[in-house]
Every structure is written in structure tokens, then in C-alpha cells.
Ligand binder design. Structure first.
Ligand SMILES: NC(=O)N[C@@H](CC(=O)O)C(=O)O
Ligand SMILES: [Zn+2]
Length: 423
């Protein structure tokens, strides 16, 4: 096993120090002659990023992404763990499928791939999937979600919340009241009116979150809200948290930056669920992340094949890439608030997902060496053709972003060095 000496690194923005990695952990002692020395002056070390919402598309849509290509994109983005959403084909609604995804993740060996299990059979919202079997499988599923679809039936949602309580699982809800979003193409507001496109009203998200925090409170179980996108949702969450409801929430980098105005050009790269909202929503989401009302940044990395994205707006699939641009976008929005970034992108998501070996304290000997090195001074231009993802649907093509991932380590082994994936 390789040993590393990161010379002059700044841990979370603190004064430069030497960081030793050996035997897969942070070490107090230099490893000796054999350690590979990395000049880390000017670089910031963060605990490896953890994404609680990634679409890897395998099995079923390997033309858009595979566990391996998505894992590589993740490592290059500074991630050491990703939670793979269940909306694959077949759906990850049995122990067999989640174990398959988990095994493919191990084989790729670039990040820890933690499968998310479906809440309902086939994501159809009718019958509960075998949550217990997925939880006790080799994959050890902790998060369950029908993401892509909402668990709209309140009785099913209640039962699922009750069921996962037994093994401290969590239901991650894609909050969208389907009756309020029929035919929706974008956020309902001034821009949709001008463009003549059917709108996805904010209340379709807020009504489900309001219902679900009440259900979670009633049951005393854990709820996680996926990709929160509106100012009203933030207020519902703020009140629920103040009452002590066991709810956590995520926001995507794109909802922290982009607005519905971008639909005006009819470029489907900006079509996503939930839709890009207004400047007021963006401001509320930023404040909520700072306040901790929103716990984590999650990418909702949603790769799509060219034919599913480079077509007319109404036919295009919703979703955008996220893994390779998440940290730079967060850095561009908040600046070098490293403690905040480490908490919202590593420590809190690791806690939500139950990934105990991630999000650790890099100043403590014995912490598993899951970390990433960022060059905050480096700026780079996003070129979709250069991304490791198998898909090209980044909304940031041509944008100059701050912050380059220089190296990533998974249990002390480099997965990225000099900004390149090692395999
Ligand atoms: N976010 C998206 O627009 N799309 C996701 C599903 C989802 O997260 O809702 C996808 O799987 O493509
Ligand atoms: Zn979703």
C-alpha cells in the first residue's frame, strides 16, 4: 500500500502543515523513505466529498453512464462516496439489484458506491418494495427513494417511514404532487407564462414536504427531502426543524446558481426536475444552506444520452450532470468557506447516509484517509467533451469555474492524481 506525504497542505483553510497518509489512514508519523511526496502548498484538503443523490444509470442505460464512468466522474469531482439512485432498469427494488450495483462499485474501486433502494416496486407507487431485504443485503441499504417519482400516496409514505424505523433507515422523498405538475415543462411563473410552457408550481413541492414532515413527526421516523428548490419549502423545513422533526434536506449546485430565465433559449440542457426557479428562491436556498436548514449539497447528477437531451425542449429528459462541477459551483457561490463546504458536502451527507468511514476529521491520526485536495486558485473552462461522465449534459459548458480537484484519496489510495483519474 502506498504512503503519501502531503507537504504544506492547508486542512480546511488552516495554516499549512504536513499530512501523512499510510495504511489507509491519516498518520501522526512520517511513513519514512517510501512515502510519495506531493507538494501541496496552496492546496486545501477536505474530507472526501459524499453525494447522497447520484444517478449512475447502470443497470439499463449504460449508454448514458455506468457505475464505472460515474465513479470516475465522482472521484475527479473530489468525491469518495456516492449514493446511487434506484431509478435504473431494472429498478433497484430488490436485494439482487442493489447488490449488483454495490458489487460494480467495488469493482470500479474509485469511490464507495452506496446503493439507494426503491420505496415501491418498480417505482410505481403502489406496493412497498422489500426494504428489509435490501437493508440486510450485502449492500446494506440505508436510504430508500422512488426519486424521479414522488411517493404520492400518503398511506404508503406513512408505512414506509414506519418500516425503516426498525433499522434506522431514511426515506428520501422526491417532493412533487403529481396532480399539480401534469404536463409541466418548467417552473410556473412569469417566464413560463411568457414562453407559453406549462408550469410546475412551487406549491407542488411545498405541499408534499409539508405533508411528509407531519408524517415523519407522527411516526417519529427519518425523512430526507431531495433537491429542495423553493423559498416556501425552506420555510416549511425551518418550522419542522424548530419543532424537532427528524428531517434532513438537500439542495443541488444548480438550484443554488441558475434560474428559470435560462429556459428562454429553449436549450434542454437547462430542463431539470425540480425545475430551475426564480432569483428569490435561489437566495432563500443559499441562506438555508448557510443556516443549516438545508443540511447538504447533493448533485442529482443526472446523465442523459445525446438523443434524450439534444432534442426539442418538450421531448427532452429532465436532468443535468453534476459530479465534476459541484465543488467549483459551491465555491463560486459561497467563496472559500471551507468549514461550511466540508460540513455540507462531506460530514453531513456521510452522517445521513450512514457512511461512517467518510467525512472524518483530517487532523486526527487514525481517521480513514478519504480526502480530496483542491487548488482554489486554479480556474478552468468546462468542456463537456473533457468530462469523465459518459454524458455531455452539463449546463456549464464554456463557463470558467474556480477550484480544481488535484488529488483524491480513497482509504489511502489515490484515485485522482495531478487532476487525472489513476484508472
Ligand atoms: N433530476 C432530474 O431531472 N432527473 C432525474 C430524476 C430526479 O432526480 O428527479 C433523472 O433520473 O434523470
Ligand atoms: Zn428527483
Amino acid at each position: 500500500m502506498m504512503a503519501y506525504l502531503l507537504k504544506g497542505v492547508s486542512i480546511l483553510g488552516a495554516a499549512p502543515t504536513d499530512l501523512h497518509i499510510s495504511d489507509g489512514v491519516i498518520s501522526a508519523e512520517p511513513a519514512g523513505q517510501d512515502a510519495e511526496v506531493i507538494d501541496a502548498s496552496g492546496l486545501v484538503a477536505l474530507p472526501g466529498l459524499v453525494d447522497v443523490h447520484t444517478h449512475l444509470r447502470e443497470p439499463g442505460r449504460e449508454d448514458a453512464e455506468t457505475v464505472e464512468t460515474g465513479s470516475r466522474a465522482a472521484a475527479l469531482g473530489g468525491y469518495t462516496a456516492v449514493c446511487a439512485m434506484a431509478n435504473t432498469s431494472p429498478v433497484a427494488d430488490t436485494a439482487g439489484v442493489v447488490e449488483q450495483v454495490w458489487r460494480l462499485g467495488r469493482e470500479a474501486g474509485l469511490v464507495d458506491v452506496q446503493p439507494i433502494g426503491a420505496v415501491t416496486v418498480g417505482l410505481a407507487g403502489k406496493q412497498m418494495a422489500e426494504l428489509g431485504a435490501m437493508a440486510s443485503s450485502a449492500a446494506g441499504v440505508r436510504i430508500f427513494s422512488d426519486d424521479g417519482f414522488c411517493v404520492a400516496d400518503p398511506k404508503l409514505m406513512r408505512r414506509a417511514l414506519e418500516y425503516v424505523k426498525a433499522f434506522d433507515g431514511v426515506i428520501a422523498q422526491h417532493a412533487e404532487e403529481p396532480r399539480l405538475t401534469e404536463g409541466a415543462q418548467m417552473h410556473e411563473g412569469e417566464v413560463s407564462t411568457r414562453l407559453g410552457l406549462t408550469g410546475w408550481p412551487a406549491v407542488a413541492e411545498e405541499a408534499i414536504i409539508a405533508r411528509d414532515v407531519l408524517l415523519a413527526e407522527h411516526v417519529g421516523s427519518r425523512l430526507h427531502v431531495c433537491h429542495v428548490s423553493t423559498a416556501g419549502s425552506v420555510e416549511v423545513l425551518r418550522q419542522a426543524k424548530a419543532r424537532g422533526v427528524r428531517v434532513t434536506a438537500e439542495v443541488t449546485p444548480h438550484h443554488l446558481l441558475l434560474t428559470d430565465e435560462l429556459a428562454s433559449g429553449y436549450d434542454p440542457v437547462f430542463k431539470v426536475n425540480p425545475p430551475l426557479r426564480t432569483r428569490k428562491d435561489v437566495e432563500a436556498l443559499r441562506q438555508a444552506l448557510l443556516d443549516g436548514v438545508i443540511d447538504v449539497v447533493a448533485t442529482d447528477h443526472a446523465p442523459h444520452a445525446v438523443q434524450d437531451k439534444e432534442c426539442e425542449w418538450s421531448y427532452a429528459r429532465p436532468g443535468m450532470l453534476g459530479l465534476e462541477t459541484a465543488l467549483p459551483i459551491v465555491l463560486s457561490v459561497f467563496g472559500p468557506k471551507w468549514e461550511l463546504i466540508a460540513d455540507r458536502m462531506s460530514i453531513a451527507p456521510a452522517r445521513i447516509a450512514g457512511l461512517d468511514s467518510h467525512g472524518g476529521d483530517l487532523t486526527r491520526a487514525g481517521t480513514p484517509a478519504n480526502l480530496t485536495l483542491v487548488d482554489p486558485a486554479a480556474r478552468w473552462v468546462v468542456d463537456p467533451a473533457e468530462l469523465a461522465s459518459r454524458s455531455r449534459n452539463t449546463p456549464y459548458a464554456g463557463h470558467t469555474l474556480p477550484g480544481r480537484i488535484v488529488a483524491t484519496f480513497l482509504r489511502g489510495e489515490a484515485t485522482v492524481l495531478d487532476g487525472k483519474a489513476v484508472k
